[in-house]
Design a protein around this ligand. Sequence first.
Ligand SMILES: [Cu+2]
Length: 128
Amino acid sequence: MGLRVALVALAFTVLGGGGDAVQTVELTAHHSRFSPAVVDVRPGTTVRFVVRNLDPIDHELIVGDDALQGRHERGTEAHHGARPGEVSVPAGVTAVTEFRVTGAADVPFGCHLPGHWDYGMRGRLRVL
Ligand SMILES: [Cu+2]
């Protein structure tokens, strides 16, 4: 019976006991700002963003490192299909995307519609 207990323990670790937590974060986009702008997360967490756009204009949420943010800001990111951590949030709409935090570094997020990033429509996942 000892072996069975060990196998059950191993399965639990692989399937979700070992840091594969899902953390739901409700972000509001209002007056071209995200709130909250800083979200604390643990490494290995899958962050489920629920983004409510209260503005009468479109926004987007792009989650990823500085290089990714730069490509989106400069418009040099190649067109691509749906990708985790990237979602358009039309005016008045609530949209959802998920992003898995794999490293220990903070992860920026923001909106790259023209002028929005520079205006301050950005924040970060603070990895604890
Ligand atoms: Cu925006």
